[in-house]
Ligand binder design. Sequence first.
Ligand SMILES: [Zn+2]
Length: 368
Amino acid sequence: MLLELADELAGDLASEEVEALQNVLRARRKGLHLLRASDRLFAALASVASLAEPERAILEKSRGQQVQKKALFRAVQRRVLVSRDTGPSLERDGGRETAIVPLRHFAPFSVADCSFVLGEGEPDARMAVRMARYFAHTRGLERLRLPHHVAVGGGGGTSVQLRLHRERPCFCIAVVDSDRAAPGCEEGRTAVEARGEVDDAEPWVALHVLDCRAMENTLPRGLMEEAYGDDHQKRRPLDQMERFDEGGALARYRDYSDFKHGTRLKWVLEHPEEDARRFWLAPEAPLTAAPSVDEDCLAQRACPKGKDCTCDVAYGFGQPLLKKCVDAAEKMPDQELEELLCQKTRRHWCALGRTVFSWVCGTGETRV
Ligand SMILES: [Zn+2]
């Protein structure tokens, strides 16, 4: 996280505030967060008599390094302004957010520890961090480290975990699937419940609900190839993915198909939301472009074979899809990943990557 010390912190500090300052500086020394302040403030704080020597040295080191932080300042979606008395609160300015948190909030060290990245599953959280690293690459910030803890909610447990991190308190960014069946459709229960756990008055936790249906929709086909390339059983779904790519006959459905379990025509036809049926049955992009969707089933708006119908709009890769892809993505250099992303997937990588990057940006340990 980028922590910025407000100029108003110059002047006498209460003992609790000195302890909090010590924690912030210790976190900076360990590289858990990045620190920004005016040179004048760094100088003023270095004269606080009760500061330990390593922390004083960090203040000295941080002076004169401000210029390098401009690119970083532009890149982050949320930063934390450490105030004397204002906040906790959240201010929004276009796509940017400033969390205002009083210095004394950092009095327990756990508050200044590195951020948690909370996902519905472990692969979700790891993929979010991989996207943050990709985002850093697109901004020329790849030299930064991304210190973080991974936390796992497991579907309905995600909102409970988010609440625990909010109450503890500690920095936490939660990432959840929208589970939406189509644009404009209802979000799933996990997203709705998680939304209820974030509050501008406790801006150390936040939530990113994916714009597409699930994390699997953010995966470029080339990454799936990398993950399953030698698995002959996955040849059919991999080949079919081409239809979902840019210019493909099913591109419209890429963000909302279920690539884990597969999407059946029956699910589309029986969907309770009218917006979903209208989206999936749009005449300009007929589902018969999927090789196994039967023209008669589509014309009759019913699959006569019921649950035995084999009208697959999208084949399912199976439960381990995301895990296999994140394993591959973590081994892959950013340059290579960049080439795999298409217009649709890059959009998600940049949006989620930017958010998560803001929470996990840090540096290596500084020797003083
Ligand atoms: Zn059918």
